[in-house]
Design a protein around this ligand. Structure first.
Ligand code: NAD
Length: 249
């Protein structure tokens, strides 16, 4: 098993790519802390993992709350005595129809960018103490290029995640902490998607993908798995697009 004896926190794990990551990590032997704002859906993921013979627990976490982060790390250490992996996956869509909306900019910065920083800030001291750790930050193809259907705040926040990943990688490599980013392309719509949930908009977006289809959530989860595992022990500060060739075109 690729994550035997590891403990992983996954944010936004009640849904989509986070839920898939939690399931796959547990199937690979990790004890998984499933965190999200959505309690019922998060607990359902934990039940599913337990039903398949895996080990997981749910904890409510708003990634914008320092107090929630402190409590997730404290409870994880109390329950499992170690913390090896963080997948900073929680996020909200930027496909807002009003491209100049100020609240969208603020929400993007607060949840999609600052939430990732707060997660790294919360786990890094524990990982430094242990002399090991792997952080996977979920950015997007939107961290590389501007897009018609996405508020510039989403591009900016995902770009911030991409570069903050490299800062952290450089600053904590000597402590044994690896930090990498994963950049999903066009995936199933997010719960918070607006424009990008529209079938006609999706048809146009998919037409720009060399692979000719949207991605599947587990295709991102398996990239997360590789980076989280010791198979990637000399890999830090890199960006892994999972995008059917979009950024190569
Ligand atoms: P999703 O909407 O299915 O899941 C996101 C989860 O994050 C939800 O369960 C939601 O409750 C949670 N969340 C939102 N705000 C939160 C907060 N403040 N605190 C804690 N949890 C919060 O979406 P998804 O497609 O699985 O997206 C996962 C990640 O992938 C996001 O960071 C997203 O930006 C990124 N991404 C998505 C796509 C796509 O097309 N779906 C493409 C590229 C990148």
């Amino acid at each position: 098993m690729r994550l035997k004896d590891k403990v992983a926190i996954v944010t936004g794990a009640a849904s989509g790519m986070g839920a898939s990551t939690a399931r796959i990590f547990a199937a690979e032997g990790a004890r998984v802390v499933v965190t999200d704002l959505l309690e019922d859906e998060g607990r359902a993921v934990v039940d599913e993992i337990a039903g398949a013979g895996g080990e997981a627990r749910f904890q409510k976490l708003d990634v914008t709350s320092e107090a929630d982060w402190d409590s997730v790390v404290a409870e994880t250490m109390a329950a499992y005595g170690q913390l090896d992996i963080l997948v900073n996956n929680a996020g909200v869509s930027g496909s807002h129809p009003d491209k100049l909306n100020i609240e969208t900019w603020d929400a993007q910065m607060n949840i999609n960018a600052k939430g990732v920083f707060l997660g790294m800030r919360a786990v890094i001291p524990t990982m430094q103490k242990a002399g090991r750790g792997s952080i996977v930050n979920i950015s997007s193809i939107s961290g590389f290029v501007g897009q018609d259907f996405v508020h510039m705040g989403y591009n900016a926040a995902k770009g911030a995640v991409r570069l903050a990943t490299k800062s952290a990688a450089v600053q904590f490599a000597a402590d044994g902490v690896r930090v990498n980013s994963v950049h999903p392309g066009i995936m199933p719509p997010m719960r918070s998607s607006m424009l990008t949930a529209d079938p006609e908009v999706r048809r146009k977006m998919i037409a720009t993908i060399p692979a000719g289809r949207e991605g599947r959530v587990e295709e991102v989860a398996y990239a997360n798995l590789f980076l989280a595992s010791d198979e990637a022990s000399y890999i830090t500060g890199i960006e892994v697009p999972v995008d059917g060739g979009f950024l190569a075109a």
